[in-house]
Every structure is written in C-alpha cells, then in structure tokens.
Design a protein around this ligand. Structure first.
Ligand code: IMP
Length: 189
C-alpha cells in the first residue's frame, strides 16, 4: 500500500529519521524537498508554541499539512534548562552543547532530567492537532556511547537502564519522548 506523505517542518535529519522509524506507515518528506528552505524564528515560550510556529509556517507556505517537532532536554538541577533552548544552549553544535551541560552539572548531586517533545500537525488553514511525550532519566558524568544525536550520550534512560548513546535505535524508539509524542498524535488523527 502507498504510504501517506507528510511534510516535515524541520531540517534536522535525525528527527526525520526517528519519525520514519517510529511511524512506519507514513512517508516523512523534509520541507526543503518540497521547496521550503527558510529559517523559521522559534520565538515561542514553550515546546507547544514553537511546534505550532514551525508547522503552521510550512503548512501555510506549501499549502499542505505539515508536521513539526519541538523538543529538548529539561534538567531539574538547572531549573529546567536548557529546555526550549536545547539546540542553542552553547551557541555551538551538539558537542559544544554537551560540553556546556557537563560543565554546568559539575559537582551536582541531583542529576534527574527528562526529554520533552511536542509534535504538531497543522493544516494550511492553521488548524492544529498536538501530541506530547516525555521520557525520564539522569545526566551522566561523562558521555556513554556515540549513538543517537544531540544530548543522547549524556542521557541515562530510566526505562532502558542505559544511555541513549549506547541504546540501539529500536531501544530508544521504544521509550523516547518523540515516540510517545508521535503515538499520542497518531491516536488523535
Ligand atoms: P529543536 O530543533 O528546537 O526542537 O531542538 C531540539 C534540540 O533538543 C536538539 O537539537 C537536541 O539538542 C535536543 N534533543 C531533542 N530531542 C533529542 C533526542 O532525542 N536526543 C538528544 N537530544 C535531543
């Protein structure tokens, strides 16, 4: 059977790969392959607001339904930081973000944290359906593994009993914030 195509309001190849692994019945097409290649200002105050900004911008521009994921790592000892600023935490890339997180967590006993994800499926008319998911764990004192992306090597998953950096894609997708958010969305559409 032909897979239903969904435009994705993201240029993050890792997110799009995980979406395709999690909801295998859909074909996720990056926005730039459909002709939208602009930066979208993520100036919302929550994962939900940012997911809507991204999905609605692309859906309105392309005239088709679009899916966006806004996600991040929330660390209790840091008051929920980096949160919605996870991708921009250090001003550098993923390695610099992880290095800054390790530095800011030096000597910290409470290492509890969770990943948060809000996905938004938006129509060209601005109508929106949301899915939300969280996954809980601890910030490690050093990187473990090199799998996944972003903060994965520093995140010890309570569900898996190992870091997302050493987990297989299947293991991560069984418990991840993104899988939970996408399945929540799927139950509503
Ligand atoms: P966004 O593109 O503004 O939603 O930023 C998402 C950022 O949160 C990513 O760039 C990563 O730094 C972090 N992040 C979100 N999901 C994950 C994940 O599954 N693993 C590791 N880091 C993640």
């Amino acid at each position: 059977m032909e897979k239903k195509i969904i435009a994705v309001a993201s240029s993050n190849a890792n997110k799009i790969r995980e979406m395709s692994e999690i909801l295998t019945e859909y074909s996720f097409v990056p926005m730039k392959d459909l002709g939208f290649d602009e930066d979208i200002a993520e100036d919302g105050k929550s994962f939900r607001e940012n997911a809507y900004i991204k999905a609605s911008t692309v859906a309105k521009a392309l005239g088709v339904p679009a899916l966006a994921d806004d996600s991040g790592l929330c660390v209790d000892a840091l008051g929920g930081a980096p949160g919605i600023y996870s991708s921009r935490y250090s001003g550098g890339g993923n390695a610099e973000n992880r290095a800054l997180l390790l530095k800011n967590m030096e000597g910290e006993e409470d290492r509890s944290a969770h990943f948060c994800c809000c996905v938004c499926l938006c129509g060209p008319d601005g109508s929106a359906v949301y899915g939300e998911g969280k996954t809980y764990g601890k910030i490690l004192c050093a990187e473990e593994g090199s799998g996944g992306f972003g903060y994965d090597p520093l995140f010890f998953s309570d569900d898996l009993g190992k870091s997302f950096g050493v987990a297989s894609a299947e293991e991560k997708n069984a418990v991840s914030h993104r899988a939970r958010a996408l399945n929540d969305l799927k139950s509503k559409i």
